[in-house]
Design a protein around this ligand. Sequence first.
Ligand SMILES: NC(=O)c1ccc[n+]([C@@H]2O[C@H](COP(=O)([O-])OP(=O)(O)OC[C@H]3O[C@@H](n4cnc5c(N)ncnc54)[C@H](OP(=O)(O)O)[C@@H]3O)[C@@H](O)[C@H]2O)c1
Length: 328
Amino acid sequence: MKAFLVSEVEGVLSCGVDEVEPTPKDPTDILVQVDYSGVNFKDALVATPRSRVRRLAHIVGGVDAAGVIVVSSDPALPVGARVAVHGGDMGVGRDGGFAQFVYTTAQLVSHLAPALSTRDAMIIGTAGFTAMESVLALEAHGLDHEGEVLVTGATGGVGSLAVALLAAKGYRPVASTGSSDEAAWLQGLGATRIIARDEISDRPDRVLGSERWSGAIDCIGGDTLHQILRSLRYGGAVAASGLIAGTDLTTTIYPFITRAVSLLGVDSVEATSATRARVWAALAEVAPSVDFDSLVDRVVTLEELPEALESIRNGETRGRILVNPTPG
Ligand SMILES: NC(=O)c1ccc[n+]([C@@H]2O[C@H](COP(=O)([O-])OP(=O)(O)OC[C@H]3O[C@@H](n4cnc5c(N)ncnc54)[C@H](OP(=O)(O)O)[C@@H]3O)[C@@H](O)[C@H]2O)c1
């Protein structure tokens, strides 16, 4: 089969398409024929010299895939089932979805409801799954429909899906972006207001900012997350999933002890089977209200992946880049 291989020998990285034999790690592994994959920020980290994310010197990249099961001994995941596969060590510690076929463990496989095509599933991908996990975490915390919900990194994968999903569920997403030329596109996704990245900071001379957001979905981290915490309304929460602006969080205790705000951690990688089923069911439920095609930046072949990975590394994408391993 054709696959996009990332190899590092003595600190020299090479990435490109090659012929690879799909190989199970375990006899119970399930083989999926890949219709689509999607490009995530993590894929760019894997295809980086001396990557801290990649755990193998030679690996087929791709933390996401959707397609049809072609080999399985698991009655719950029969041959012919349409599925999404993501997370765990996929594309990081075992061969991933930038290929025509991928072997995976049952725990990483989710059935797709009829409302979702395999293409829709990869427009969603890990980014959209994380966005919906974030929405569900805010709802479990008691998010109301009255106030505004801030979304950071709004033109990126997690951010754009978060805007679209919140709007589809009747919330009022405010998109924070460094890409002001994409304001019309963000409004088309359902953002009720667009603000610049630096507008997240409010009353910097005070310990706390104004009470602005009922909730927030943040994939940026660093000082952005600190600014959000100090501007949540009383009892509000932020669902935090990313580290685009850094891994350190310096903040104060005041938002927690004077406004009873909450910081909710979101992880998609180690999500349990029950969580995966719950999140994909929630995605299928809102699917009729989401224009998935408007979230596609472009569709690339395996050969075009180096350029796509560079775009996402530089924060130049708008929505999701899809990968079609078998075009035509
Ligand atoms: N916890 C999990 O399970 C999980 C799952 C998926 C992703 N993530 C993490 O979430 C983050 C976002 O992933 P993604 O796939 O959405 O990435 P992405 O598609 O590259 O989007 C990131 C967005 O962040 C904004 N941005 C870029 N550089 C920035 C900077 N220096 N300061 C502030 N904003 C900046 C840009 O949006 P604007 O131009 O619109 O501002 C960019 O489009 C990553 O850290 C990723 O590792 C975590």
